[in-house]
Design a protein. Structure first.
Length: 279
């Protein structure tokens, strides 16, 4: 008697789902590895180089000692005290710069007469570094919080202002002609066409200003401050506490990274229409 052999095969859809379920975690792991491999290599070099004597450990201690010092500052509450002071100053100046620079940039970009009037002054001050004016702000406003926040406002205003002006001026003329042909009033044209089209460029300026607010603040805190990450770094340097100094630098880097990531997430929400169009 002949026996018929039967082969059992999985449905095509089930096989595809199983392969995609395996490929998804592998793809995520690959992306994480690509993004962290350079950081891991840098961390390994930082740990090995001082221990092998290529660099004096007193000037560049191993990463493990720096992380131990960072953890000690964190558990004692000292790190949070300095971080809180820096964040309050940075966010205050950053917020004031956004509130002042974006409306002014929109007006200058929209009204040609105002742009012609203010362009010489803008060109003069945009080329003056914020840190070069630190002694001026200190002499006029003192060594307290006002001078530091004002310096941050000055440093943050220029990237936001200039990118806002550029965003308004560089809107696609075809969009403007199409909107005018539909009978939109100048106010509705500005609100519904010009402003949304300029948002990506404005956010570029905001992200640049966010990074600048932290960098300028650290320099300002090294002069006449009693708290803040800049004060922590300066104090640790003068007292030959290299691990604590590098712990403060790492804290600044982490804050800048989180700050930038938050702005990127916010930008994606405000420019969702752009992502929809690209799809």
């Amino acid at each position: 008697m002949a026996t018929a052999e039967k082969s059992v095969s999985l449905p095509i859809g089930s096989a595809q789902r199983r392969s995609s379920a395996i490929a998804a975690p592998l793809g995520i792991a690959g992306k994480v590895l690509k993004r962290t491999i350079a950081i891991l290599a840098l961390a390994a070099i930082w740990e090995i180089v001082p221990r092998t004597g290529l660099v004096e450990p007193a000037f560049l201690p191993p990463l493990s000692e720096v992380l131990q010092a960072w953890w000690g500052l964190l558990t004692s509450g000292e790190l949070w005290t300095h971080t809180e002071s820096s964040l309050i100053r940075s966010l205050a100046g950053f917020g004031i710069a956004i509130a002042a620079a974006i409306p002014l940039g929109l007006l200058i970009g929209w009204y040609k007469g105002l742009a012609e009037l203010l362009t010489p002054v803008l060109e003069l001050f945009r080329n003056t570094a914020a840190l070069a004016l630190l002694p001026v702000f200190t002499l006029i406003l003192g060594i307290g919080e006002t001078s530091k926040i004002t310096l941050i406002v000055y440093a943050c205003s220029w990237p936001i202002l200039l990118n806002t002006i550029s965003g308004v001026k560089n809107v696609d003329p075809l969009l403007i002609k199409s909107a005018k042909s539909m009978g939109l009033s100048p106010l509705k044209l500005f609100i519904k066409v010009i402003l949304p089209a300029a948002v990506p460029t404005i956010f570029t300026g905001i992200r640049l200003a966010g990074a600048g607010s932290i960098l300028v603040l650290i320099a300002a805190e090294m002069v006449g401050a009693k708290a803040g990450l800049g004060y922590l770094i300066n104090y640790a340097q003068f007292n030959f506490q290299a691990p604590e100094m590098y712990a403060g630098i790492i804290s600044i880097s982490l804050i800048g990274l989180l700050f930038n990531q938050g702005l990127v997430t916010l930008e994606k929400r405000f420019t969702a229409w752009k992502q929809t169009q690209s799809e």
